[in-house]
Write a protein that binds this ligand. Structure first.
Ligand code: 1PX
Ligand code: ADP
Ligand code: CA
Length: 554
């Protein structure tokens, strides 16, 4: 604070008390000065320090001149004729800034400074505005998509009542599209939207809506850059526009895991201050056909079945997941197949680490510098790393790949508490066939402090790529048919589904791909490090949110 040159320093009054107010390019600070005797008009203040506050410049939302003909903010009555210079501040300006409350939630707070002269008031307003204008990471024009049917169907209401006032206060202009059907946002982004006009895209909805935005933006970027999404080997190009999520869905895990809460006002403020958090994206292929992208959970077996069942209960809102969860748990289906994966190497940590990915995470930062090195291991052709692949066959209740923690209100630490948002890896969790009671124990550990990986039937690996093949596709008859020259994999699956005698009629699950059903079993997945960016900063350290004034009071 002391090292920055002061831009302005004045004595101004806040709630009729004198404060020394200092502005430099990093902070706005105000500290109370106490008069040794009541101010006489000779302008001498005592030096006794009382309360001191500061707000980082990057967390100031706006500054407005205040019309002092209005009722005073304290009494609600018209202000009296002032008695002394400190009280005589007829000119005032209000600074709106971010204040931290509980559980990583942010609120918009205000402080009004009264000035003795109009010129001084204007100088403060102009100087603060000039400093804010230097913060070039802040968005000015946004494209907003609202899913009116997500979650409890309150997306439009949440946007109109909670977000619009904050955006207009921060002078952010918007083009708003209320979606009319599924994939409306995705297709608009992919083919129609004039993206050059915007500094970011905002989605109001749940994880499914966010997934639409990711698909629209990533596909559009690849098309514009001439990258073939169907090729698993092509390195995808990162998207220019950041994505903001206003949570109005059922699980809201992406918002929760990148911000720490699913509060719409908090998300709007992260957009306003222009935060940036890179995120990994998995591409999901079936041979040379691109299927989908995933940023949070790819789940086969349990989570695939919960989702498939819950789609029929959409009318229930978020409760559908609990009902389908219990039903799926009771059905206790397991699935047979082969998982093969390329483990992550280097300084990527492990899924059993005790520390978690937090704002400014060193592991993610390390991965971003790796990414700049042109030839990382990820770029090596698979053939060159053939020996590094691990193959596991078995009967699984669930196969989950968590590219981030997947923390959500249902499970505050998430599916993989130590997963990183932007490290270029996903945590592959294999839950082998076990008793119902053991599986329940495992599920319950997602809701308490116990380690959900500490079971003999659970394995977890940090990987860069993985493949899954259900048993029916790699049973012996496949080899026989191949040898006898009979057609493609698709033809083979067809036969297998109908051919009960080969024993491969074993039921198949679907993949839950960020809350969307992927009606494929055999998939190949590759993590693309930091392909997209969000208006977020990762979850702030506990100390910041436990002490709401840690950043404001000095
Ligand atoms: C016994 C309690 C067990 C609680 C176990 C909770 C684990 C929850 C981990 C959730 C990870 C969620 C990852 C995110 C997925 C979302 O992308 C995705 C889409 O979200 P959207 O609708 O907002 O668009 N959401 C989902 O796929 C929902 C997954 C929800 C799973 C809930 C499972 C509840 C299980 C209840 C089992 C109860 C057994 C009771 C036996 C008596
Ligand atoms: N106007 C619309 N009508 C119906 N479905 C929509 C509409 N807009 C988006 N969707 C779809 O609704 C699904 C769920 O949306 P989401 O916002 O994630 O809510 P939830 O968290 O409740 O699942 C997504 O798959 C999305 O594609
Ligand atoms: Ca990751």
């Amino acid at each position: 604070m002391e090292k920055q040159p002061r831009l302005l320093c004045s004595v101004l009054s806040v709630q009729r008390r004198p404060y020394e107010v200092i502005l430099n390019c990093a902070i706005l600070a105000w500290k109370e000065t106490q008069t040794t005797k009541k101010h006489t008009g000779r302008g001498i203040y005592g030096a006794v320090k009382a309360g001191s506050y500061y707000v980082p410049m990057c967390e100031i939302i706006s500054v407005q001149e205040k019309d002092d003909e209005s009722p005073s903010e304290n009494s609600g009555k018209w202000q009296k004729v002032p008695q002394s210079p400190v009280d005589s501040c007829q000119h005032a300006f209000t600074v709106s800034y971010v204040e931290r409350t509980r559980q990583h939630c942010w609120r918009c707070s205000e402080v009004t400074f009264h000035c003795p002269e109009l010129a001084l008031c204007l100088l403060w307003v102009q100087t603060i505005r000039e400093q804010l204008a230097l913060l070039t990471n802040r968005p000015k024009h946004l494209l907003v998509y609202i899913n009116p049917f997500g979650g409890k169907q309150r997306g439009k209401q949440i946007y109109d009542h909670k977000v619009t006032p904050i955006f207009s206060q921060a002078s952010i202009s918007t083009d708003v599209i209320v979606t009319e059907h599924p994939n409306h946002a995705r297709d608009h982004l992919k083919t129609e939207a004039d993206l050059m006009k915007y500094d970011g895209v905002v989605c109001v909805g749940g994880d499914g809506m966010f997934s639409e935005i990711v698909h629209g933006l990533v596909s559009r970027t690849q098309r514009d850059e001439g990258v073939d999404e169907n090729s698993m080997k092509d390195t995808l190009v990162s998207c220019r526009l950041r994505i903001g999520i206003i949570p109005a869905g059922s699980t809201d895990c992406i918002c929760y895991a990148t911000v720490g809460s699913n509060d719409p006002v908090t998300s709007a403020l992260h957009i306003v201050v222009g935060d940036s958090q890179s995120m990994d994206v998995c591409s999901v292929h079936d041979s040379d056909t691109f299927l989908r992208y995933s940023v949070s959970l790819l789940g086969y077996g349990f989570y695939g079945d919960v989702l498939t069942d819950s789609e029929r209960k959409r009318w229930m809102g978020p409760a559908r997941y609990d009902i389908s969860g219990v039903k799926t748990f009771l059905s206790h289906r397991y699935y047979e197949g082969t998982v093969s994966f390329l483990p992550a190497e280097g300084n990527s940590g492990t899924p059993r680490d005790k520390f978690q990915c937090r704002s400014g995470c060193n592991i993610c930062r390390g991965s971003s510098s790796d990414k700049l090195v042109s030839k990382d291991e990820n770029n090596l052709p698979d053939a060159e790393r053939q020996d590094d692949w691990t193959v596991i066959r078995g009967k699984f209740l669930a196969i989950n790949a968590a590219s981030m923690s997947c923390a959500c209100p249902r499970s505050p630490k998430g599916l993989s508490p130590a997963a990183h948002l932007a490290d270029g890896t996903t945590d592959l969790i294999l839950v082998r066939k076990c008793s119902r009671l053991d599986f329940l124990r495992h599920l319950l550990r997602h809701t308490n402090k116990d380690d959900q990986f500490d079971h003999s039937f659970v394995e977890v690996y940090r990987v860069r790529q993985f493949h899954f093949t259900p048993r029916y596709q790699d049973c012996d008859s496949e080899v026989d048919l191949r040898e006898s020259g009979v057609g493609s994999k698709r033809f083979l699956s067809q036969i297998c589904r109908e051919h009960k005698a080969c024993g491969c009629i074993q039921a198949q699950s679907n993949w839950n791909c960020d809350g969307e059903i992927l009606p494929h079993s055999a998939i190949q997945v590759r993590v693309h490090c930091q392909l997209i960016s969000l208006f977020a900063r990762g979850i702030e350290e506990q100390s910041v949110f436990e002490d709401p004034y840690a950043l404001c009071a000095i």
